[in-house]
Design a protein around this ligand. Structure first.
Ligand SMILES: [Zn+2]
Length: 106
């Protein structure tokens, strides 16, 4: 049976399914050539359970600030455990933005 290209596979999977299958999300900036690896479970906490290919619009390169990003799914090989760097979700900070309106005292 032929191997399904990871990007095509990502159209089917959701983040939780990718996590269940031990896959990682690899996001690369085409301009900077910087690559970060993410655990689907971390992205699920941040963005909710959705198809990985819909995540790219939520990301911006930290290096150049552009959105020229490419995403693939990767199943780590045995030799990558303990070696492959994973960008983990450390903390989510919620920012409160006040929206004021002028009104009359009644
Ligand atoms: Zn970049």
């Amino acid at each position: 049976m032929p191997e399904i290209h990871p990007f095509k596979r990502s159209r089917v999977w959701t983040l939780r399914e990718a996590a269940d299958h031990g896959q990682i999300i690899v996001i690369t900036c085409d301009l900077c050539r910087i690559t970060h690896n993410y655990l689907p479970a971390d992205l699920d906490i941040l963005c909710g359970d959705q198809r990985p290919d819909r995540l790219l619009c939520r990301f911006r390169c930290e290096g150049c600030g552009k959105t020229s990003l490419r995403m693939t799914l990767h199943v780590p090989h045995g030799s990558e455990f303990g070696v492959l760097k994973i960008r983990r979700l450390k903390h989510v900070r919620t920012i409160k933005v006040p929206i004021w309106s002028d009104d009359l005292l009644t």
